[in-house]
Design a protein around this ligand. Structure first.
Ligand code: SF4
Ligand code: SF4
Length: 418
């Protein structure tokens, strides 16, 4: 009977999760493709270093170590979650126990990590709710964003409490026949002397697995979706130097034609429908992946010189806005009159960027902001003719004089006179 109930819940969970992934895939389908250069070895190294090794997170030693421990703990605990799913389907009890000493090591690490993650999550909640860290504030973070962060952290806290409860009752219920090793839970048993209870063992087992299922389905709608997205996002990082500005192929094609022997010939291929980025259909799949991965940690905004000096720009906001706009568009039956640039992200924000790349350098998930800002500026300039006055003067000089200065090319050698 238990197996039947478990399999039914599993099917509902998987169906709901697939539906969420299908919705996300349809959003990806709307985005532009972008060139992807293999370099598998380099990408794997980067993923090991930045995602698994948490090297960028560890730049802030104390809070970085806490986050890294939570991440590593999750990875170990996931093995136990997988075992629970198999146990639930086939009706076994701690199936991986057959691994002997390896299982003892995994279960002992999982038990200790459950405590570490619990302490880490309580500290994160304390920072958010009591210390009110500046990094977690910003115009882009609505009450909904803040509630989302607290809900996700509460989920993890309950997950760890139920896991510890399960380990405690594994030890109490099965005594010498308990499968696995549980140092922290064993210590709790010796200290608290809880009575045997098959009911409480079953309660913690079901509580833990149901929380995993509900949390997995909550993630695609949360900033904590980075649990799924961070590894692939780091793997598909931009491997070029941060200062590299990708060329616009549509513009290059026109320039090549102008410089050719036959500048009046028709250019090949279809005319470009958009120069730069106006709305979410113009972003690349990697930009959207960045938005789904963003943890809203604010490390980018914290180091942004524009933001620090009181400008409107917050690099974190770009990705919060992309995600919101994508969700908004997914719910529309017909085109609306709004756009990402203009209605969500204003020209004032975009022109405040100094292209220093501090945000991309600091982002623990290798999200790239400056190129996206450049693409939005390209749209403003090439399609809307909206550039700051200083730039308009420079563009006019380039057009008329072939140089950014206001002097005529005929006067170029005047400095040699006399
Ligand atoms: S590149 Fe732009 S958005 Fe990023 S930190 Fe520098 S000024 Fe801020
Ligand atoms: S873009 Fe990166 S640094 Fe900025 S809030 Fe998102 S995850 Fe944090």
């Amino acid at each position: 009977m238990d197996q039947l109930i478990f399999i039914s819940i599993l099917i509902i969970t998987a169906a709901a999760l697939l539906y969420s992934f299908w919705k996300i895939k349809t959003n990806f389908d709307k985005t532009r493709s972008t060139a992807f250069y293999g370099q598998w070895v380099k990408r794997t190294q980067l993923t090991l270093q930045v995602a698994f090794g948490q090297t960028k997170i560890l730049r802030k030693p104390v809070i970085g170590l806490m986050h890294a421990l939570v991440f590593w703990g999750f990875m170990v605990i996931t093995i136990g979650s997988l075992e629970m799913v198999i146990d639930g389907i086939i009706g076994s009890h701690r199936l991986f126990g057959a691994w002997g000493m390896v299982y003892d090591i995994i279960s002992a690490s999982g038990d200790i990590f459950a405590l570490i993650v619990l302490v880490g999550i309580i500290a994160f909640l304390f920072r958010r709710l009591v210390m009110r860290i500046k990094r977690f504030k910003g115009i882009e973070l609505s009450r909904k964003n803040k509630t989302d962060a607290n809900i996700a952290l509460s989920f993890i806290m309950l997950l760890m409490l139920s896991l510890i409860g399960l380990n405690v009752y594994e030890t109490v219920q099965f005594g010498a026949n308990a499968i696995g090793t549980y140092p922290f839970s064993g210590w709790l048993v010796n200290t608290l002397h809880p009575a045997k209870s098959a009911g409480l063992y079953a309660f913690f087992w079901w509580m833990h697995i149901v929380l995993i299922f509900v949390f997995a389905n909550y993630l695609p709608y949360s900033k904590h979706f980075h649990v799924f997205m961070s590894l692939p996002n780091v793997f598909f990082s931009n491997l070029k130097p941060l200062t590299h500005l990708p060329m616009m192929p549509e513009v290059k094609k026109e320039v090549d034609l102008m410089m050719s022997d036959n500048p009046y010939a028709e250019s090949d291929g279809p005319a470009s429908s958009r120069f730069g980025v106006k709305d979410v259909e113009d972003i690349t799949w990697k930009n959207y992946m960045d938005a789904l991965t963003c943890t809203q940690c604010g490390r980018c905004t914290e180091v942004c010189p524009a933001n620090i000096t009181g400008k409107l720009l917050s690099p974190r906001k770009l990705f919060v806005d992309i995600r919101q706009r994508m969700d908004e568009k997914a719910g529309l039956s017909a085109e609306d009159a709004k756009a990402l640039v203009g209605d969500y992200i204003t020209p004032e924000e975009l022109w405040a960027c100094t292209s220093c790349n501090a945000c991309a350098q600091e982002c623990p998930l290798n999200i790239s902001h400056p190129n996206l800002i450049m693409d939005m500026r390209r749209y403003l300039v090439l399609e809307e003719g909206q550039a700051p006055e200083e730039l308009n003067a420079m563009f006019a000089n380039i057009e008329n004089n072939g140089a950014p200065w206001k002097y005529s090319p005929e006067d170029r050698l005047k400095w040699t006179e006399g």
